[in-house]
Design a protein around this ligand. Structure first.
Ligand code: NAP
Length: 214
């Protein structure tokens, strides 16, 4: 599948892009500048050993892809989704962003309730938006030799999109569980500030979750 990553030059998007490319997907790393995107794509091609990673300015990246992953800091989230609205309303979208605020570190969601619901509100009725993978460590994603042991949760209103994303998770070595509809995205996004704090307290970089009882 051709997958664009908006903000794919950052830790989280870049790491996910590496893993998805390793699983034989075609990746377009998006950036606000084509130069940064191409630079990141060149480094990623060398790391994964594939030619299937390219770089492009965010809008061109999104235009080219079947699935678009949103991976920008929350400060740019609303503006980015608004600027790509016409393109994203025809695409499958995975929002992995987390509305973080600092000092103290906390979950600071937008009025819609979560970043994913903000995305859905901007894209409008009929959009296909899911949220998930927030608790997978960017450090682990980027280290291609490290196994991804943690599980992840996924929410969304489109059953076919969720099925596709559960498969993508399996392909990169993560067990992803369907945790319900997009209204529950706040429960997933809000785990990230907690994990950041736990990583600091326990001296780790990749504390995650394992689900039990299935
Ligand atoms: N890092 C993690 O472990 C982790 C875990 C869970 C969730 N998340 C969430 O995933 C998202 C990405 O995390 P990250 O650590 O990769 O973030 P990041 O490195 O701060 O940013 C990702 C990319 O977004 C672009 N960007 C920066 N400011 C922007 C703005 N104002 N508007 C539009 N684009 C902007 C930059 O790319 P260009 O300069 O090339 O455009 C940057 O490389 C965040 O929402 C974060 O909360 C991260």
């Amino acid at each position: 599948m051709k997958i664009a990553i908006i903000g794919g030059t950052g830790n989280m998007g870049y790491g996910l892009g590496l893993r998805l490319a390793k699983a034989n997907h075609e990746i377009v790393i998006g950036s606000r500048t084509a130069e940064r995107a191409e630079e990141a794509a060149k480094a990623a091609r060398a790391l994964v050993g594939t030619s299937q990673i390219t770089g492009a300015e965010n809008a061109s990246a999104a235009q080219e892809a079947e699935l678009v992953i949103l991976s920008v800091p929350t400060a740019g989230h609303r503006e980015m989704v608004q600027s790509l609205r016409d393109i994203l309303s025809h695409k499958c979208v995975l929002d992995i962003t987390v509305p973080l605020a600092f000092k103290p570190l906390r979950y600071a969601p937008p009025l819609e309730g979560s970043n994913a619901q903000e995305t859905a509100a901007i894209l409008g009725e009929g959009c296909r938006v899911a949220a998930g993978f927030h608790t997978i460590s960017a450090t682990l994603l980027t280290d291609l030799e490290a196994p991804l042991e943690a599980d992840a949760l996924l929410v969304g209103n489109d059953a076919a999109l969720k099925e596709q994303l559960l498969t993508l998770g399996r392909e990169i070595g993560i067990t992803v569980y369907d945790a319900g509809t997009l209204t529950l995205a706040c429960a997933l996004e809000s785990q990230t500030p907690m994990l950041i704090g736990m990583n600091k307290r326990y001296g780790s970089k990749h504390i995650g979750f394992k689900m039990v009882g299935f």
